[in-house]
Design a binder for this molecule. Sequence first.
Ligand code: SAH
Length: 259
Amino acid sequence: MAARKRGRGQDDNSGWFFPCGLWAGALLLALVLCVALAGNLSAARADDSDKFLKKRFQMVDNQIKDRGIVDLETLRAMASVPRHLFVPDYLRRQAYVDGPLPIGHGQTISQPYIVAYMTEILQIKPQHRVLEIGTGSGYQAAVLAELTDRVYTMEIIPELAEAAGKRLKETGYTSVNIRQGDGYHGWSEAAPFDAIMVTAAAEFIPPPLLKQLKEGGRMIIPVGSPFYVQHLMLVEKHQGKITTRSMMPVRFVPFRRSQ
Ligand code: SAH
């Protein structure tokens, strides 16, 4: 009885061990294949990032430095953020061209030069709190996050806000605070801000944003009619007084309002 039991047990065991050996072999083979594939993929990724790095440096030289952006921190930020990871997959190869690109929902990621210009003019220091209205792809927020850990960004389109939040995490910009909602009202809990950047064209400067601007702070905002003439305005607050200066004509997507 005991022998039979043992025998059956042995049979059972060997029956179990044999496929187990096969499984182990298959597993080993799969592992080897995976390692080989991963090796190839990471080699491909390395090639890719090399290619994009070269394009990014050319973008900084030809589109940004040559047009007069001199602030070294802004140039470093523009050279650091992988813009190709902030555009839709099908536009990755065009990520470093000298112009805006569509990001879905009728919105655009701004031209690299405009991103650099708006960043430089805010004179951001590492201790500054910065508010961006119009997260879009999250690219501008990532550029700002290269300069300070205190970036707050708001996006009115839920799908864009969600995608940008995910993208910022994946690309390592984990310090960026993102909120979905109408940026007209600003982000009062995080105010006052040393710098505010609006990346959609408003017909007038939203009063809550003026209120949330710190004494001595700067705001850059495109103002004008949608699809018509707009001006990039530099707004400053000194001793409670607001001054505005028109810096250049621009074309931005319209500032929207929640219903
Ligand atoms: N800065 C973005 C591009 C901005 S496009 C980037 O780097 O990709 C302008 C964005 O502003 C759009 O995504 C649009 O949905 C958003 N927007 C427009 N009106 C807004 C509002 N009232 N509050 C928040 N976001 C707004």
